[in-house]
Write a protein of this length. Structure first.
Length: 202
């Protein structure tokens, strides 16, 4: 396992380029970091700001769903955007908001709730699996590792827009930790200054 902190260093592990080992994030600000790893985790600070994982774009545009695991005390936020700007033509999903009591689907960032579920879906101490799909303008959110099962929210947009970008965020009181399934080739823009860790199972 290798792990990084914002002011720490990247350490070499299986699947991690040796030439990047030991470099601080500041040394990576001028370039993209490309990694093939068993899993990718993104640790986001307690700030409401969306961070986009650009190398997921091809997958989400073709498959129209995303699977992930998240560890959070509350407020795991996703944005599904037509443009790389979450202020326009976006679907916002909040899982475990309001103190881990409520999840919602919104028709844009901080807009009207289109679907609401009262439950306690996330955990401070363990990763919980979820999936989100948006085929044919219907936004679905479910629990578990199989897309299509465990649906707990659903809303159909009467005037749907394409989803070309996906972003992730915390809220202002607790960080969130996100994990994506094995085998994804990821490009992270170090200029976003997000805390990342690349973890490889041995």
């Amino acid at each position: 396992m290798c792990q990084s902190q914002l002011l720490g260093t990247f350490r070499q592990s299986s699947g991690f380029p040796a030439e990047l080992a030991g470099k601080t994030p500041l040394n990576l600000l001028l370039s993209m970091l490309y990694v093939t790893a068993s899993s990718l985790s993104i640790d986001l600070p307690p700030v409401y700001k969306y961070h986009y994982v650009d190398d997921l774009n091809t997958f989400i545009r073709q498959e129209k769903y995303i699977q992930f695991k998240v560890k959070a005390c509350n407020d795991a936020h996703l944005i599904l955007s037509e443009n790389r700007n979450d202020s326009f033509q976006s679907y916002e999903i909040v899982i475990g908001g309001w103190g881990d009591t409520t999840s919602v689907i919104r028709s844009c960032r901080q807009c009207q709730h289109r679907a609401v579920k009262y439950h306690t879906p996330v955990s401070c101490t363990e990763y919980k699996p979820f999936w989100v799909s948006w085929r044919n303008g219907t936004i679905r959110v479910g629990e578990g590792q199989e897309v299509g099962t465990g649906v707990f929210m659903e809303w159909t947009d009467p005037n749907p827009h394409p989803v070309k970008f996906i972003g992730f965020s915390s809220w202002s009181d607790h960080p969130t930790q996100w994990m994506f399934q094995k085998g994804i080739h990821v490009a992270l823009n170090a200029k976003q200054s997000i805390v990342t860790s690349i973890c490889t199972q041995i």
